[in-house]
Design a protein around this ligand. Structure first.
Ligand code: NAD
Ligand code: APR
Length: 253
C-alpha cells in the first residue's frame, strides 16, 4: 500500500532524483549481482571477471563474459519500471536519473541525460589509450556466459578493447559522481530502486539526500531499510510499484 503522504510529497516535489541498481532491470531478464541463486556473483567469480587484473590475465575470458551480458541486454526490453521513470520525468519540474547499471534500458524507455556511475556495456574503449571504437559493436555471436571471445583491437594504437564498465577497485567517473552527489543534496525527494546499497561510493547517494532533508523511498522486494521519518520502503517489484506510484500521483493529469 503506497502511503498518501508519499504521493503528496511526490506531487509537490520540485526536483526528484531516481537512483537505480540492477533490480530495476531484473524484470527485463537482466541478472542482478546479489540476488540469491540468480545473482551474477552467485554464479560467477567477480574477482576473475570484473577486475583490470582479470582482463589482463585472460582478455578473451573477460571480454566473452561481458559480450554475453551485452547480448542479454540487446535481447531485453525495458520493463514497466523503466517506462514509469521516463513518464515521471514528464510530470515533475526536474528529474535527475542516476544509475549503477551498465545497460541502456533507461534510455530505450525514453529517459534522457542518464548518469551512469559504473559505465556502459555499449561504450567499450581501448585498454591502453582509452580511444573508443568509431563504430558500435555488432550483436555478439551468441557467447555463452564465460565463453572466450578475442577482444577487438583499438583503431588508434592496436591494443585490445575493454568493456566500458567500472570494475572492482576502479574509480568511478568523477564528473558523473559529483553530478549525482550534487543532485542528491539538492533534491526534495529521492526514489532508490532495485539496489542492495552495498557498493560505495554509489551507495552514498540515498543517504546524502536524506541528510539534506529530502524524502527518500526505497523500492525493493527485500527492502534493506526501516520506515522512518521522511523514509519509506515500498516492498515490491519495481515493475509494479513504480507505475502505481506515478499513476497515484499524476494519473489524473
Ligand atoms: P563490478 O561488480 O565490478 O562493480 C564495480 C564497482 O564495484 C566499482 O565501482 C567498485 O567501486 C565496486 N567495488 C569495489 N570493490 C568491490 C567489492 N569488493 N564488492 C563489490 N563492489 C566492489 O561491476 P561489473 O561487474 O564490472 O559490472 C559493471 C556494472 O554492471 C556494475 O556497475 C553493475 O551496476 C552493473 N550491472 C548492471 C546490470 C544492468 O545493466 N542491468 C545488472 C547487473 C549489474
Ligand atoms: N524490483 C526491485 N528490486 C529488485 C527486483 C525488482 N524486480 N529484483 C531484485 N531487486 C533488488 C534485490 O532485492 C537487490 O536488493 O535489487 C537489488 C539488486 O542488488 P545487487 O544485485 O547488489 O545490484 P546493485 O545494487 O545494482 O549492485 C550495486 O555492486 O557489483 C557491484 O557495480 C556493481 O553496480 C553494482 C553494485
Amino acid at each position: 500500500m503506497i502511503p498518501a503522504s508519499l504521493v503528496d510529497a511526490l506531487r509537490s516535489a520540485r526536483h526528484v532524483v531516481v537512483f537505480t541498481g540492477a533490480g530495476v532491470s531484473a524484470e527485463s531478464g537482466i541478472p542482478t549481482f546479489r540476488d540469491s541463486l540468480t545473482g551474477l556473483w552467485e554464479r560467477f567469480d567477480a574477482a576473475s571477471l570484473a577486475t583490470p587484473e582479470a582482463f589482463q590475465a585472460d582478455p578473451p575470458l573477460v571480454w566473452g563474459w561481458y559480450e554475453w551480458r551485452r547480448m542479454k541486454v540487446l535481447q531485453a526490453q525495458p520493463n514497466p519500471a523503466h517506462v514509469a521513470i521516463a513518464e515521471l520525468a514528464r510530470h515533475v519540474p526536474r528529474l535527475t536519473l542516476v544509475t549503477q547499471n551498465v545497460d541502456d534500458l533507461h534510455e530505450r524507455a525514453g529517459s534522457t541525460d542518464v548518469i551512469h556511475l559504473h559505465g556502459s556495456l555499449h561504450q567499450p574503449r581501448c585498454f591502453s589509450c582509452g580511444e573508443r571504437p568509431d563504430t558500435p559493436l555488432g550483436m555478439p555471436d551468441e557467447p555463452e556466459g564465460g565463453r572466450r571471445l578475442e577482444p577487438p583491437s583499438c583503431n588508434a594504437c592496436g591494443a585490445k578493447l575493454r568493456p566500458g564498465v567500472v570494475w572492482f577497485g576502479e574509480s568511478l567517473p568523477t564528473e558523473a559522481l559529483n553530478t549525482a552527489f550534487a543532485a542528491a543534496e539538492n533534491c526534495d525527494l529521492l526514489i532508490s530502486v532495485g539496489t542492495s546499497g552495498m557498493v560505495y561510493p554509489a551507495a552514498e547517494v540515498p543517504g546524502l539526500a536524506w541528510r539534506a532533508g529530502a524524502v527518500v523511498v526505497h523500492v525493493n522486494p527485500q527492502p534493506n531499510t526501516d520506515q522512518s521519518e521522511r523514509e519509506f520502503a515500498l516492498a515490491g517489484l519495481a515493475g509494479e510499484q513504480l507505475p502505481q506510484l506515478v499513476d497515484l500521483a499524476f494519473g489524473d493529469r
